[in-house]
Design a protein around this ligand. Sequence first.
Ligand code: CP
Ligand code: NVA
Length: 306
Amino acid sequence: MLVPKKLTNKDFLSSSDLTREEIINILGLAKLFKNNSLDIDLKNKVLGLIFNKSSTRTRVSFQVAMSRLGCSTVDLDPKTSQIGRGETIKDTARVLSRYCDVLAIRTFNHSDLEDYAKWSSKPIINALTDLEHPCQALADFLTIKEEFEDFNNIKLTFIGDGNNVAHSLILCGSILGVEVCIACPKGFEPKSSILQKANEINGKNIKITDDLDDAVNGANVLYTDVWSSMGEENNKEDKDKFFSGFTINTDLINKASKDVIVLHCLPAYRGKEICDEVIESKNSRIFDQAENRMHVQQALLYSLLS
Ligand code: CP
Ligand code: NVA
């Protein structure tokens, strides 16, 4: 029987906070939760949610995951709590971690998340920052594992902005030994600090290119995300111009491996980074991927709270 591993790190701020064994264990537990083969009651532990940016999937999947573990959540609206009036992270984190057993935080600056982790006595989970989206990457690799059984000889091509989602895919992919190719226009590459980290983990497997044909050739997974992330609304029109030609469409699917699946973390802008027909195609696993957010987070919470 699979049991949760005690995680090496107190917090889950980055995909690189988990070891390969810990990721594989969480994916295994997630699959058991998904198949209803695990019924765990953690006896009313409490997850605090602090979301400084919009969310549908992350917020609801955390809430339902906690409820399925016999636990509950408190969703703190930054606008109506003292957070929105400027109470310091150092005070907020010390107080909330005396009430809650774990906190999931979505915010802009990654350093704010690190500050929460520094001052909180309880685990902090990254529910998305400008730098990373590690819970998303866990769901993505569960979806890939469901399709291909293991991660051997898998080429994952991410087409789009070298953003938070790309960063977590690069790090999680490096840990799992997956070949990750990022296809982006020049100037929109992933951050060098992330590439350096990935290099230290397993550099051979990461490639950055602006050549779409090369990126798609042999790809088993095509992945995209919005061209303009939350917080970049003012640059949207400029970015749309730079990314023109980087849309996942049927032509591109036909150039990839025959068994290719398509992923998107959602929300999607149809006609921009991805065509409607691709989202609705037989290659799409986008809604399984969204469902998997809940199962991996349930497994993560089980590991952090037991
Ligand atoms: N993929 C994702 O994080 O979705 P939400 O912004 O809806 O949480
Ligand atoms: N890169 C996107 C992901 C949304 C889930 C953003 O940060 O807005």
